[in-house]
Design a protein around this ligand. Structure first.
Ligand SMILES: *[C@@H]1O[C@H](CO)[C@@H](O)[C@H](O)[C@H]1NC(C)=O
Ligand SMILES: *[C@@H]1O[C@H](CO)[C@@H](O)[C@H](O)[C@H]1NC(C)=O
Ligand SMILES: *[C@@H]1O[C@H](CO)[C@@H](O)[C@H](O)[C@H]1NC(C)=O
Ligand SMILES: *[C@@H]1O[C@H](CO)[C@@H](O)[C@H](O)[C@H]1NC(C)=O
Ligand SMILES: *[C@@H]1O[C@H](CO)[C@@H](O)[C@H](O)[C@H]1NC(C)=O
Ligand SMILES: *[C@@H]1O[C@H](CO)[C@@H](O)[C@H](O)[C@H]1NC(C)=O
Ligand SMILES: *[C@@H]1O[C@H](CO)[C@@H](O)[C@H](O)[C@H]1NC(C)=O
Ligand SMILES: *[C@@H]1O[C@H](CO)[C@@H](O)[C@H](O)[C@H]1NC(C)=O
Ligand SMILES: *[C@@H]1O[C@H](CO)[C@@H](O)[C@H](O)[C@H]1NC(C)=O
Length: 588
């Protein structure tokens, strides 16, 4: 590698120090990344090194980070050869065909090559950058050199912004094989370059084919270094938020096929990444989405850990939900009496069941259900309920946890303070504008299709597999779904919506008793409901992880009482304006 680089700096993966006597590696303690600061003291011991861990909550919005202009990314003849360099698999591009500008870069950059970093199979991560400590299976780096330097990489390594590297995370596209087609083509060449310095020509696929599906307007930016010796601090880094999705079998090929050295009996090339380096005060900036960002559960760009940044108005405040309920710390409160539930036995009150792309939500017809009592200061109109779940029986999905335990699912009944007469902004600005009733859902072991009301509810899921689909629902009441739960025994605390904008406007009730549902019905949520169209992935793990109490106290009903809740069937007398209030359904 070193030898090769001396001969041709440009053809080398990334320039290395000409003075070093030992080649760097990933797999031996004598030359792995822990030794690089010693072996290559210029510059691997610097203070502007890459890769880094990207802490999403600390990334700073920068509206100057606009769209890129990619020239030649659709050219299927731009790639020249794919090569085993002993430290990676690298694809060289034909010069002059591809360049990139815009994206907040200071100038235009010519695209030289791309290469990969991987772990060991898809289950041992191998990306170089990490996001909130999470390492992806692989990372793709497209290396570009400042156009004004006329491909002179010696000049580039001495220029603080001499290179622009585009980093793409690669994630498993579960349930597929040999996808995307361009990745199958690319990976099919690995068999021909199993040994050091072997290469074959590659054509017929474009860079766009490889980065398909990634939102190229959404990325992180920071100043760093080459991630291999000599670690020159000459790189403007772009790390895209959306990963490329690739079938597991293709990801596995990298660590199963390519070897270090000359011999077919030498070690496979695995764990090809440098560990993350300290930021040393550097700032990571990020694009600001022009359209209001849609939150999600499945993707690092919009999943719960990104909400604190993306929805900073409230999601990173200190009265957030859900929380872990530590039962031993809960304070007995005799003012927490029985609830009055109006209309909860009405079997004609539900209007529709809908796949929102994030959850399954059932809306109630206007003016039929309400809640009061239960230590609430006033009456609340019942708007809807929805459900949070994990992934079949393997991953639990409740939002609140009890003494650290997560339950398979959680049902939330959402109620808005009646006195606001449907004024949403008033409701959200009131610290007790909403009352949410949370019910843990546990497996009723040894049963199938139970309770009957849940079989009815879940029978509709097959009709709402795609986002925004809904069907009418009738014949079951709210009471049918929570039947068997002791409604006089609950926890109480002040919190927030558990989805953006995370408004701190919620009086939370979490019932101690759980709803019991057969495993087969619980499984239907994570195996039927999709986040988008029929080709999109299933909605799984639709919960926000717990947040700190920050000194809040959780109160509980006095454990001694055993009076049964008064469940009233009276129709609520509601005030005007409720129609407008139903717009709040969007918010949750
Ligand atoms: C790296 O730099 C640190 C501080 O700048 C220094 O303490 C350390 O000895 C250096 N290590 C090497 C191997 O040069
Ligand atoms: C970028 O590439 C396009 C063709 O793909 C070319 O027309 C243009 O001159 C290039 N720009 C630079 C600065 O090299
Ligand atoms: C990579 O994974 C394989 C199979 O799981 C294992 O046999 C091998 O030891 C691993 N290699 C390294 C370097 O961890
Ligand atoms: C790659 O190897 C296969 C056999 O493994 C061979 O049939 C094919 O011709 C080779 N392709 C190139 C471009 O060398
Ligand atoms: C490859 O083999 C040749 C001799 O066949 C040897 O000179 C060279 O050092 C080997 N290279 C590597 C990286 O093992
Ligand atoms: C959900 O579980 C299924 C089956 O256990 C598994 O194949 C799938 O990868 C899981 N999905 C996620 C996102 O973890
Ligand atoms: C809602 O309440 C706010 C503040 O009290 C008020 O400014 C606004 O006009 C009200 N909106 C409607 C639709 O009544
Ligand atoms: C739900 O789907 C089933 C078939 O999958 C169909 O027979 C039924 O009519 C659908 N119901 C509604 C309300 O669309
Ligand atoms: C659903 O209910 C609405 C009225 O609530 C009705 O207009 C509509 O036709 C119903 N749709 C179906 C498919 O039954």
């Amino acid at each position: 590698m070193l030898h090769f680089c001396v001969i041709s700096v440009l053809a080398c993966l990334l320039p290395v120090s000409l003075g070093a006597s030992v080649e760097f590696c990933y797999h031996l303690s004598s030359c792995n990344d822990a030794q690089w600061p010693k072996l290559y003291p210029d510059y691997c011991n610097g203070s502007r090194q890459s890769p880094v861990d990207i802490v999403t909550a600390s990334a700073v919005d920068d509206s100057s980070l606009g769209a890129f202009t990619f020239n030649g990314f659709d050219d299927k003849t731009a790639m020249s050869k794919i090569k085993n360099t002993d430290n990676t698999v690298k694809v060289d591009l034909n010069t002059g065909k591809v360049n990139v500008s815009g994206g907040g870069l200071p100038t235009s950059y010519d695209t030289l090559q791309f290469h990969f970093h991987w772990g060991n199979g898809s289950s041992v991560g191998g990306s170089e950058h990490t996001v909130d400590g999470t390492r992806y299976p692989m990372e793709l780096h497209i290396v570009n050199v400042k156009s004004s330097l006329n491909l002179n990489t010696k000049l580039a390594i001495a220029d603080g912004t001499g290179f622009a590297v585009l980093g793409f995370f690669i994630e498993v596209d579960s349930g597929t094989t040999d996808q995307p087609a361009a990745w199958k083509t690319l990976a099919s060449h690995l068999d021909n370059i199993t040994l050091h310095n072997e290469y074959v020509s590659i054509t017929g696929i474009s860079l766009n084919d490889l980065i398909t599906g990634v939102d190229l307007t959404s990325y992180y930016r920071y100043l760093g270094s080459l991630t291999t010796p000599s670690c020159n601090e000459a790189v403007v880094w772009t790390v895209f938020k959306n990963p490329i999705r690739v079938s597991k079998n293709l990801i596995d090929l990298f660590s199963n096929t390519v070897r270090i050295g000359n011999s077919s009996s030498s070690d496979l090339l695995t764990n090809v990444y440098r560990n993350v380096q300290p930021l040393n005060g550097r700032q990571i900036s990020q694009t600001v989405s022009s359209s209001s960002l849609e939150y999600c559960y499945h993707d690092v760009s919009c999943y719960p850990l990104a909400w604190a940044t993306a929805f900073a108005a409230s999601c990173n405040d200190n009265r957030q939900s859900p929380v872990d309920i530590v039962s031993a710390n809960a304070l007995d409160d005799s003012s927490l009496g029985a609830f009055t539930f109006n209309g909860f036995d009405n079997t004609a009150a539900m209007s529709k069941i809908k796949n929102t792309g994030k959850t399954v939500k059932v809306e109630f017809k206007s003016g039929l259900l309400s809640v009061s009592g239960g230590g609430l200061s006033t009456s609340y109109d019942t708007l809807q309920f929805h459900i949070h779940w994990g992934n079949t029986s393997t991953v639990a999905g409740s939002e609140h946890t009890l003494n650290g335990k997560q339950f398979p699912m959680e049902l939330h009944i959402v109620n808005a303070k009646s006195s606001h007469n449907g004024n949403i902004s008033q409701v959200l600005q009131d610290s007790t504008g909403l009352a949410a009733l949370g019910f843990f859902i546990e497996v009723e072991s040894g049963s199938t299709d139970q309770p009957a009301s849940w079989k009815t509810l879940t029978s509709h899921l097959a009709n709402i597999t795609q986002k925004n689909k809904y069907v009418n629902i009738t014949g079951i009441s709210m009471n049918d779904l929570i039947s068997g739960v002791d409604l006089t025994s609950y926890y109480r605390y002040l919190g927030s919506l558990t989805t953006p904008d995370c408004n701190e406007a919620v009086v939370w009730t979490v019932f101690k008793d759980s709803i019991k549902v057969s495993q087969n019905l619980i499984d239907l949520f994570s195996t039927t409901v999709r986040i988008g169209d029929s080709s999109s992935q299933f909605a799984v793990n639709t919960f926000r992880p717990v947040l700190p109490l920050n000194g809040r106290k959780i109160r509980q009903t006095r454990t001694a009482t055993s009076a049964s809740g008064s469940i009233s069937a009276t129709k609520a007398s509601l005030t005007v304006g409720l129609g407008a209030l139903y717009a709040i359904l969007r918010l949750w």
